[in-house]
Ligand binder design. Structure first.
Ligand SMILES: Nc1ncnc2c1ncn2[C@@H]1O[C@H](COP(=O)(O)OP(=O)(O)OP(=O)(O)O)[C@@H](O)[C@H]1O
Ligand SMILES: [Mg+2]
Length: 196
């Protein structure tokens, strides 16, 4: 059975697709991996030609995701709360919720988290696009602490190399060691959530 990792946040531009691709490329060394694009305007689907080494599939039906012939399927979701999400969350082995670290950004994940909670899904939040050398503000720390979903230790910073990563076939093939270390740390933390 394929393991399913879903990346979700109803807000656009928080790095769902970027993390989906980079995690997939990271796991690909050891596992057979596909990225599933549930977005009909699917930005990912259009990247197919730029990422020939990565299997990108369309996914309209979640029922069969576990039956797909891969070790791991990473599901990228669109920037709205579709009525397909509850079922997808129930079927996921792990749901990753990326967010920027501003107060209103973190506020915005609450409705996604509520759906995840209702689905009793195994999930965690990851901070993305955090400006290097800045610390979280107290209001954000408090807000995150009040959520019922854990926060990953790994923080992904705002890095030019990550913006460019999909075009350069992933962080791991790039030459920014800090970005590479962050993506690898993220992959490792995510694996631990799936195993537990
Ligand atoms: N850590 C990062 N550092 C720098 N740029 C980033 C980082 N993460 C994502 N980006 C950039 O931010 C933009 C939005 O990212 P992405 O398309 O992955 O978001 P998304 O959540 O999938 O958006 P949508 O919901 O609209 O599909 C992209 O240009 C991407 O390259
Ligand atoms: Mg996207």
């Amino acid at each position: 059975m394929a393991k399913i990792i879903t990346i979700a946040h109803q807000k656009g531009g928080v790095g769902k697709s970027t993390l989906a691709i980079n995690l997939a490329l990271c796991f690909q060394d050891q596992l057979s991996v596909a990225v599933a694009d549930t977005d009909h305007q699917g930005s990912l689907y259009h990247l197919k030609d730029e990422l020939p080494g990565l299997t990108i599939i369309g996914a309209d039906q979640f029922k069969d995701l576990h039956q797909l012939d891969y070790d791991l399927v990473i599901v990228d979701t669109p920037p709205y709360l579709s009525d397909q999400l509850p079922e997808l969350f129930r079927r996921s082995d792990f749901v990753l919720v990326p967010t920027k670290a501003g107060f209103f950004d973190v506020m915005a994940i609450r409705s996604t988290l509520a759906l995840i909670h209702q689905a009793k899904a195994n999930a965690a939040i990851v901070l993305n696009m955090v400006k290097p050398r800045t610390s979280l503000t107290n209001d954000v720390i408090q807000l995150l602490a009040e959520m019922q979903t854990p926060l990953l230790k790994t923080v992904i910073h705002d890095r030019v190399s990550i913006t460019r990563s999909t075009l350069t076939a992933g962080i791991l093939n790039g030459n920014d060691p800090k970005a590479k270390a962050e993506i690898m740390a993220l992959a490792e933390e995510v694996v631990n959530y799936i195993i537990l």
